[in-house]
Design a protein around this ligand. Structure first.
Ligand SMILES: [Zn+2]
Ligand SMILES: [Zn+2]
Length: 125
C-alpha cells in the first residue's frame, strides 16, 4: 500500500472498509472511533486513504461526503465511473459494480461525474 504508513489507527480505519462494502460518512467514522482516536485523526486518515486510492468519496443525496473502498477484489470498478446506490429505508449506501460510459458532449471536457441511484436495497425490499 505504497507510502502509507500503517499505524494502528490507519489499520483500524481500513478494517472497517475490509469488513463492509458500505459507504460511511466521516461523522459515522468519528463516532465509531471515539475513544480510540480524535476527529482530526479520523479526517486525516480518510484524506490519506483517499490520496492512496484506497478509498474514494462521493456525495449522498443529502450532500454528505461518503467514503467507500475502491475495488472489490473480484471486480475492477473504474475509479469514479461507477454508480452508488442509496437505500431510502436503511440509509446505507454502497458502490455498484457497473461500468458507466460517459456521454460525449461536443466541445465539453468532462472531468468528473457522479451517479447516485436511490431506492430500496436487497436487504430492505
Ligand atoms: Zn436498505
Ligand atoms: Zn464507489
Amino acid at each position: 500500500m505504497g507510502i502509507l504508513r500503517q499505524t494502528k489507527s490507519v489499520k483500524a480505519v481500513m478494517q472497517v472498509f475490509e469488513e463492509s462494502h458500505d459507504a460511511f460518512s466521516s461523522v459515522e467514522l468519528v463516532e465509531k472511533f471515539s475513544g480510540l482516536m480524535n476527529k482530526t485523526t479520523v479526517y486525516r486518515i480518510l484524506a490519506r486513504l483517499e490520496d492512496e486510492n484506497y478509498l474514494h468519496s462521493f456525495k449522498s443525496k443529502e450532500g454528505v461526503s461518503l467514503f467507500a473502498r475502491y475495488n472489490e477484489p473480484s471486480t475492477q470498478i473504474n475509479s469514479d465511473l461507477h454508480p452508488h446506490f442509496q437505500c431510502k429505508k436503511c440509509g446505507k449506501t454502497k458502490c455498484v459494480p457497473l461500468d458507466i460510459k460517459l456521454p460525449s458532449l461536443p466541445n465539453y471536457k468532462i472531468d468528473t461525474a457522479e451517479f447516485l441511484i436511490s431506492g430500496t436495497c436487497d436487504q430492505c425490499s
